[in-house]
Design a protein around this ligand. Structure first.
Ligand SMILES: *[C@@H]1O[C@H](CO)[C@@H](O)[C@H](O)[C@H]1NC(C)=O
Ligand SMILES: *[C@@H]1O[C@H](CO)[C@@H](O)[C@H](O)[C@H]1NC(C)=O
Length: 483
């Protein structure tokens, strides 16, 4: 804990509240006030055309509003690496606030301009900024933290995302900002973390690793590191960066094309992609985007449905914390299996509850419990493990190309879920969760049969195992340190 200086804490907080929090907030913000905003769409249509908006049109327009965030995220995510190298980590994060502000203001103004098109445009812009922010923030965090605190920074990052989701659910309550008169402040709230980040990150230095390794500015890297560590003697870390830089120049850089063409990397790439799909097609974002309406279809009143949504958000924060504590002790593969298995069972119970809730009134409470348990199991494993896996299945050379593909797949699947789920809800009603339950079963089987355990192995051992044989996997005794 000696390395944890107040300056480092400030830099971490500035980074995660300004970026990871924003991503979580804007993921969750469309959940609770959905009804209120949808009636704004309907009213706008009535005022323009004289006729109310057909139910099917409203469903599709709302699905687009929710999911276009992920289209922006995809574009932002694939370009994040470029911005991070061009402007620096801190530089890219600070500039990204401009995009966030524009997105938030466009959404905020949509009500006054009586235009739902603006809300959709704003969701796209804020998605772009979320894609960039979630791409750059982990780089900054990893690069400013001393080795001993890297795991903790990853946890803070994940917690900030869940905390953002929870904040959006609380602000979306009727009594806060989720009412017909105030929803524009709810969707425009993002300017507040923007102001916070501008006021704090501006005083923090650029990532020393970026300064030294990418920009070759040793003196500046030295200064940045002295500020972060609050000590003048940082020569050890500088030395280490210099040797990392030399090592990097010897490594062959993989482009995404190289990676796709490499047959020896096909197995780890397939596993990484399926793991990302398992995270999104587990249906978690159907819950994060639409839980209020799921609870309403389980027979809860609007107000209770929002309260239940806040509870799921709180449980998510708590469980993310717990899972960070157990992550390194339990194996990744076991946790992923437990997570997907628990989600399958609770998802199955939710489906049964939704189907029969008309006949048995207490089933709605079973539905709430099922959703909470589902979120617990998500946070236990599938929430973070797919990201560990991409980083661990690839050596330094192809890793960043692999991460780019994973980011793209993740956002794309997120988009599909956001777009399709409300349409399913509108057409097959209480059966709409069945596709997720079926996919959870498939992903569970895939993990059981194809995914190796990486706990206790170094990255070299993991990558070597894919080169030898692709069919069988030799587990190596788990007493070595994580690579
Ligand atoms: C629709 O028109 C009425 C009456 O002019 C106005 O009060 C209301 O704000 C309008 N609503 C929207 C969403 O445009
Ligand atoms: C739109 O508003 C009208 C009148 O307020 C209402 O009858 C209709 O059901 C609404 N349409 C939808 C799709 O909610």
């Amino acid at each position: 804990m000696l390395d944890f200086t107040s300056n480092l804490a400030l830099a971490i907080l500035a980074c995660i509240l300004g970026s990871s929090f924003q991503f979580g907030y804007n993921t969750g913000v469309v959940n609770a006030p959905a009804k209120v905003i949808k009636s704004f769409y309907n009213e706008t249509c009535q005022n323009r055309t004289g006729a109310s908006m057909p139910d099917s049109t409203l469903t599709v327009l709302w699905a687009v509003t929710v999911s276009i965030f992920a289209v922006g995220g995809m574009l932002g995510g694939v370009t994040a690496g470029y911005w991070a190298n061009r402007f620096g980590r801190r530089g890219a994060l600070l500039r990204n606030n401009l995009l966030t502000t524009v997105g938030a203001l466009v959404m905020f103004s949509s009500k006054y301009a009586k235009s739902y098109e603006m809300l959709i445009l704003g969701r796209f812009i804020i998605g772009l900024s979320a894609g960039i922010g979630t791409g750059v923030a982990p780089l900054y965090l990893l690069e400013i933290a001393p080795v001993s605190l890297r795991g903790m920074c990853g946890t803070f990052n994940q917690l900030a995302v869940c905390f953002g989701v929870l904040t959006s659910q609380v602000l979306g309550l009727d009594a806060v900002l989720g009412s017909p008169n105030l929803w524009q402040f709810d969707v425009g709230f993002s300017v507040i973390p923007v102001v916070f980040q501008l006021c704090t990150l501006s005083f923090c230095p650029e990532s020393p690793r970026y300064l030294l390794i990418t920009k070759d500015l040793e003196d500046e890297a030295d200064k940045a590191l002295q500020w972060l560590r609050k000590t003048v003697d940082v020569s050890d870390e500088i030395e280490e960066m210099i040797s990392e830089k030399e090592a990097q120049s010897r490594i062959k850089k993989f482009t995404v094309g190289d990676l796709l063409n490499s047959s020896s990397l096909r197995t780890p790439l397939t596993i990484s992609i399926v793991m990302q799909l398992s995270q999104q097609f587990s249906g978690i974002n159907a819950v994060i985007y639409y839980s209020t309406s799921i609870f309403e279809s389980a027979g809860l009143s609007g107000i209770l449905a929002k309260d239940a949504t806040v509870i799921t958000g709180g449980v998510n924060v708590l469980m993310t914390f717990v899972s960070a504590l157990i992550m390194d002790r339990a194996g990744r593969r076991s946790l992923h299996l437990i997570g997907l298995g628990g989600m399958f069972i609770s998802g199955y119970i939710l489906v049964i509850g939704l189907i029969f809730q008309n006949n048995i009134s207490w089933l709605k409470y079973i539905c709430i419990i099922a959703v909470i348990v589902y979120v617990i199991f998500f946070a236990a494993g599938p929430g973070s493990i797919p990201w560990f896996f991409v980083a661990e299945l690839f050596a330094q050379g192809p890793r960043s190309a692999a991460v780019s593909i994973a980011v793209l797949v993740n956002w794309f699947a997120n988009f599909i879920v956001g777009l399709v789920f409300p349409i399913l809800q509108n057409t097959i009603g209480q059966y709409s969760f069945i596709p997720f339950v079926a996919m959870l079963a498939m992903f569970w089987l895939y993990t059981l049969l194809k995914v190796p355990e990486t706990k206790g192995m170094t990255i070299e051992e993991i990558t070597a195992s894919f080169k030898n044989t692709s069919a069988t996997y030799q587990p190596i005794s788990a007493d070595k340190s994580d690579g």
